[in-house]
Design a protein around this ligand. Sequence first.
Ligand SMILES: [Zn+2]
Length: 248
Amino acid sequence: MWLTASTRCVGWSGRSCAAAPTGSRSWPPAGSSRPATATSNPEFSADELGVAVTEAGRRGKPVMVHALGGPAIGTAVAAGARSIEHGIWLTEADAADMAAAGAFLVPTLGIYRHLAAQAAIPGSLPPAATARAIAAGQTLVEAVRIARAAGVPIALGTDFAHRDMHGRNLGEITELVGAGLSPVQALLAATANGADLCGVGDVTGRLTVGRRLDAIVLDVDPSDPEIFTDPDSVGEVFLRGLLVRPPP
Ligand SMILES: [Zn+2]
């Protein structure tokens, strides 16, 4: 990614790269829907994860694992997962393992803010899930801090699962700044790091000679993370060098 001097262009790389064995397959994310003890009960064994990584690798695909905490993260990293999605209860030991393996953390902060807002509506979530949804978002901020301290690269992802939520993915940039990243670091998470995670960092994700132009154009200052909460901040959209959305 890079910003031009006029701040009108932000390189962009979406995430659509991987098969996904998951510790939280259903929506809403398990961080809000499971009893606390479930975090220590991974859905997949080390052998199963190993097979998933091997089979995906035979097709040239990396594997991302939606894991909340407990042994699931370490097992996934040891199996060769390219990234951990969520990572709510990430420990320093987990982060050290991820850094050594070059695994990314995709913290998906926005979905937990959404769930916390839902939880504030009486009756919208089961009582146990309500407290958990609120706590998960707060804990996830700490997980991001632990990951960054260990040198784990952060990439942007949302775990949005409903059509009404799509189109608001850029709000995750705002969430990352709220979790301690600088605006530039958050933009890199959304662009260059995402491309690197998907294995296409030599093709896209940065605005530089030799890479494909996948970019959005903004008429507002992207150093203000709040602009990303408004989808209307996006002007033109370029995909593979072609203008696919003209100026509004
Ligand atoms: Zn998930």
